[in-house]
Design a binder for this molecule. Structure first.
Ligand code: CO8
Length: 258
């Protein structure tokens, strides 16, 4: 792959968007490679994913404006659909995904971060949906996911004004969960991934499904889904291991994803 790097370390998969000469902007090839890399992750090995950008300046500075500039209406819609398919694959990826936002996360870059479960960022990070200033709407889920995450009022303000916000403001409005220095960002992301990875994998996956899918419907439907996924954990090796470790007052637990 030319623009996406993948490595797995200590049970964590790390996806790096690697097109620094264009601040990691998402062209069709990057989207294709991102989709392919997600298909190739070995879910027997990996308990959490991290998505980040190459270099010290940008996470992802948006969809590729050069590629988009001459699109017809039909091509624009198809490009949006392609991005939505890939980001939805990331959003519904079975294990938790952490965005380690290491700089500009604009347009499609902000939308990429929004498709992850958890966002942390470096203190130089900048978020924004500049599309209205480019004559388009957000097209990779920004109108939907930003409003769901930070509330309709704040999302509308960001999208209508096309104004970028810095890391501290992103933290204040709940767009990111934490900020650290750029040097510490990957260590912090790896720590978070390791904390997730130390828990029972089936339970963690079911938690992700319950929260993500539950939020899309009524509270009754969400609770019914939770009941199902809660029940689904019982009789697993890991449920017995987790509970017997507690009852035996044993600190070490050995979860095997079964
Ligand atoms: N697309 C293509 N190239 C880009 C992009 C981009 N989004 N962002 C940066 N680049 C390129 C620049 O053209 C430049 O290339 P070159 O060196 O060949 O001239 C290189 O990256 C470095 O960028 P700058 O020189 O501009 O760096 P600065 O430090 O001066 O500025 C900024 C950094 C502020 C991040 C600036 O690059 C910028 O404003 N970039 C564009 C940000 C933006 O508007 N992003 C949103 C794009 S629209 C979008 O994402 C819509 C998503 C949904 C699509 C739906 C499809 C239908």
């Amino acid at each position: 792959m030319e623009f996406v790097i993948y490595e797995a370390r200590e049970g964590t998969g790390i996806i790096t968007i690697n097109r620094p000469s264009a601040l990691n902007a998402l062209n069709s090839q990057v989207l294709r490679e991102l989709s392919q890399v997600l298909d190739e992750v070995d879910l027997n090995q990996v308990r959490a994913l991290i998505v980040t950008g190459a270099g010290e300046k940008a996470f992802v500075a948006g969809a590729d404006i050069g590629e988009m500039s001459a699109l017809t209406k039909e091509e624009g819609e198809a490009f949006g659909r392609r991005g939505n398919q890939v980001f939805r694959k990331l959003e519904t990826f079975p294990v938790p995904v952490i965005a380690a936002v290491n700089g500009f996360a604009l347009g499609g870059g902000c939308e990429l971060a929004l498709s992850c479960d958890i966002r942390i960022c470096s203190d130089n990070a900048v978020f924004g949906q500049p599309e209205a200033g480019l004559g388009i709407t957000p097209g990779f889920g920004g109108t939907q996911r930003l409003a769901r995450l930070v509330g309709a009022g704040m999302a509308k303000q960001m999208i209508y004004t096309a104004r970028n916000i810095k890391a501290q403001e992103a933290l204040r409005i709940g767009l990111v969960n934490g900020i650290c220095s750029q040097e510490e960002l990957m260590t912090e992301a790896m720590k978070l991934a390791a904390q997730i990875g130390a828990n029972a994998p089936i339970a963690v996956r079911n938690c992700k499904k319950a929260i993500s899918e539950g939020l899309q419907g009524t509270i009754e439907a969400g609770l019914a889904l939770e009941e199902k996924l809660f029940g689904d954990c019982f009789e697993t090796y890991d449920q017995r291991e987790g509970m017997s470790a507690f009852l035996d007052k044993r600190k070490e637990k050995h979860f095997i994803n079964q």
